[in-house]
Design a protein around this ligand. Structure first.
Ligand code: FES
Length: 84
């Protein structure tokens, strides 16, 4: 199992899973859920190395190095700590 921590609250997800549902439960706002609008941008505080590489949608968004789209990112394993 992998762990997503946002603003001190955490959810467990299966290794290799999208983080969207966990982030939704933890209060991250979503709109398109398709990597287009940028509503779900989160800042990764710890554990960026535990996420799969950025998707094409994330690359196209021009995110900062410590930012990901919660509707696109997949966690490989371990713990990711983020804020939104
Ligand atoms: S919800 Fe629109 S980019 Fe993630």
């Amino acid at each position: 199992m992998a762990t997503i921590v946002i603003d001190g609250e955490e959810k467990q997800v299966a290794d290799g899973s999208p983080i969207m549902d966990a982030c939704d439960d933890l209060g991250v706002p979503f709109a398109c859920r398709a990597g287009i609008c940028g509503t779900c941008v989160i800042t990764i505080l710890e554990g960026m190395e535990n996420l799969a590489p950025k998707t094409q949608e994330e690359e196209d968004m021009g995110l900062a190095d410590d930012q990901r789209l919660a509707c696109q990112a997949v966690i490989n394993s371990g713990t990711v700590v983020a804020s939104y």
